[in-house]
Design a protein around this ligand. Structure first.
Ligand SMILES: C[S@@+](CC[C@H](N)C(=O)[O-])C[C@H]1O[C@@H](n2cnc3c(N)ncnc32)[C@H](O)[C@@H]1O
Length: 426
């Protein structure tokens, strides 16, 4: 039998929760058992004081470590199991932690209130766990969350074991959507495929929906996956991302700064042509604009591109031609913007990039959000960077990429790779 020890000043909150549904049934079936310890019973003073003022000042009261320590010591070592402190600043509780904990025979859950507990409790616990990025008034509800997530993984607690196996967080992707009777609810229809009786098609549809939902709601689950993707998953993710995102890149050769902070025209380089077009082709960038008003420079770029698209290069390396198709040479940023507006039906947002810190920067996270509903034009400078005037004219400036040292002279090609990968890579 699995034992949950609950340490709290309000154990009734958790007790009440155990009176219902499958948790209650599991108690009746002797699969799980609860042991409630009221922390006030482990204080030594006549007022049963559980908390005190924080050292160093500050608002709010803090749980004392001693009563909790005493309560822990009152438990037999073999009944204590892993000790978990519920805490808003703990590691995030996940299904994989629930799985790991369900393999134990017992768990001890410490619920605090007020500002939390004296940090020295960390010497007596195994995990400090948060159930999500929000602050609750006490650890009792988080304890109930853990009890429920762990109990349902204990054999016999949930009727059909399959219903536990195929669910969100079991693997990489969120679960597919469910439908039940009626087939037509006020004109809202059940997807036809689910009525087809074709199991293979139903399975494919569910897989597709589950990938789509994960991309739209929890892309982080794909990025932080626990196993490598298989090739059909890779294909499905790529297709969904390509339909979802519309990203353009501009590489500006005029006006940009030189070393002396003068406004100059820089030369187009072979490396930028090749590397950024390959990045663009790999990540499904809609167009890579080479921006220069200089006729000789344009002709130079065209000569290189034509060599690979039509000349000897085409036979030597056919895939390069594919990458270079994404390039478009334009006189100015305005011309590139006008071109995007011709081909895109989405609202366009211009994003300036700079290695230096500036006011009004946005984070990569904000850029991700903007990219969900808008076409994004990422604009990069050559030389010593985009001029103040250009940066001022952008809708947003993306915060710099930070490495671990004060040396931050990335090549523009590296900056493009890192930014694009953080935005849409997986
Ligand atoms: C008001 S909260 C303390 C918040 C704390 N001062 C902070 O900012 O991290 C009181 C108690 O509720 C519980 N609690 C609050 N939010 C929680 C969460 N997201 N996950 C787990 N426990 C939580 C913890 O036991 C916490 O010590």
């Amino acid at each position: 039998m699995f034992v949950f020890n609950i340490l709290s000043i309000f154990p009734e909150i958790v007790k009440c929760f155990t009176n219902y549904s499958l948790i209650n049934k599991a108690i009746e079936k002797n699969l799980i058992k609860f042991n409630f310890l009221n922390l006030r019973d482990f204080t030594k003073d006549k007022h049963k004081q559980i908390d005190d003022e924080p050292y160093g000042g500050g608002s709010g009261m803090v749980f004392k470590v001693e009563p909790v320590y005493n309560a822990l010591c009152s438990l037999k070592t073999n009944e204590r199991g892993k000790v978990i402190l519920l805490s808003a600043k703990g590691e995030k509780f996940t299904n994989s932690l629930a799985k790991k904990l369900s393999k134990e025979n017992s768990l001890t859950l410490i619920c605090c209130r007020y500002e939390g507990i004296d940090e020295r409790i960390s010497n007596f616990i195994d995990y400090e766990v948060s159930i999500g990025d929000y602050v609750l008034m006490g650890g009792e509800i988080p304890a109930c969350v853990i009890i429920e997530a762990v109990s349902r993984l204990i054999p016999g607690v949930v009727g059909k074991e399959d219903s536990v196996k195929f669910e969100s967080y079991e693997d990489i992707f969120l679960e597919y959507p469910h439908y039940t009777r009626p087939e037509n609810f006020n004109g809202l229809m059940v997807p036809q495929v689910l009525l087809s009786g074709n199991h293979k098609e139903i399975e494919n549809w569910r897989k597709k929906k589950s990938i789509e939902n994960t991309i739209n709601r929890r892309f982080d689950l794909i990025r932080n996956r626990k196993r490598p993707l298989d090739s059909s998953e890779v294909l499905e993710i790529k297709n969904t991302l390509q339909n979802k995102f519309e990203i353009y890149i501009g590489l500006v050769h005029f006006p940009v700064y030189n070393k002396k902070n003068e406004i100059v025209l820089t030369a187009i380089t072979n490396m930028d042509i090749h590397d950024i077009s390959r990045i663009s082709r790999t990540y499904g960038i809609k167009k890579y604009f080479l921006i220069t008003p200089d006729e000789e420079q344009k002709a130079y770029a065209l000569r290189i591109i034509n060599h690979w698209k039509n000349g000897y290069g085409r036979e030597y390396n056919p895939s390069r031609k594919e990458a270079l198709k994404v390039i478009d040479i334009k006189e100015s940023i305005e011309d590139a913007i006008n071109e995007i507006k011709k081909i895109s039906s989405k609202n366009l947002i211009t994003i300036g990039t700079s290695a230096k810190k500036r006011k009004n920067e946005i984070t990569f996270q904000k850029l991700n959000e903007l990219a969900k509903d808008n076409a994004i034009f990422l604009i990069f400078g050559t030389g010593w960077g985009l001029t103040e005037e250009i940066l001022d004219s952008m809708d947003y400036i993306l915060e710099p990429i930070y490495g671990l040292t004060d040396f931050n002279h990335l090549s523009v090609r590296s900056a493009v790779s890192i930014i694009v990968d953080r935005l849409i890579g997986f």
